[in-house]
Design a protein. Structure first.
Length: 108
């Protein structure tokens, strides 16, 4: 797969995810956030601890969305189900990972 340098916005999200996922245990799967031309974030939960990168690999679940949609969801202005219903977000693969992803990336 072609590697492209992520935009500053995706790099900032990657940095945040790296911080919030520190010391959290792996969940046995890989999840990719695909921001299109802006880049990707790979959340690899197959190890003992979660690894975050901008490498584009196959995943058990891929979430396709824009940085704007992601930001609106993060700010609580847009719910995930609303984003799906409006066609702003698509999920391909293991849908059960959506809740795991939310728990993993929350600051809790």
């Amino acid at each position: 797969m072609a590697q492209s340098k992520p935009t500053a916005a995706v790099e900032a999200i990657t940095k945040d995810f790296t911080e919030t996922s520190k010391k959290k245990e792996g969940f046995g799967k890989k999840v990719k956030l695909d921001f299109g031309a802006d880049g990707v974030i790979m959340i690899d939960g197959t190890g003992k601890e979660i690894a975050i990168s901008n490498e584009n690999h196959d995943a058990d679940m891929t979430v396709v969305l824009t940085v704007d949609t992601f930001t609106q969801m993060g700010e609580g202005k847009l719910a995930g189900d609303e984003a799906v219903n409006q066609g702003l977000l698509t999920i391909d693969g293991d849908l059960s990972l959506a809740k795991v992803l939310e728990d993993t990336l929350s600051g809790k």
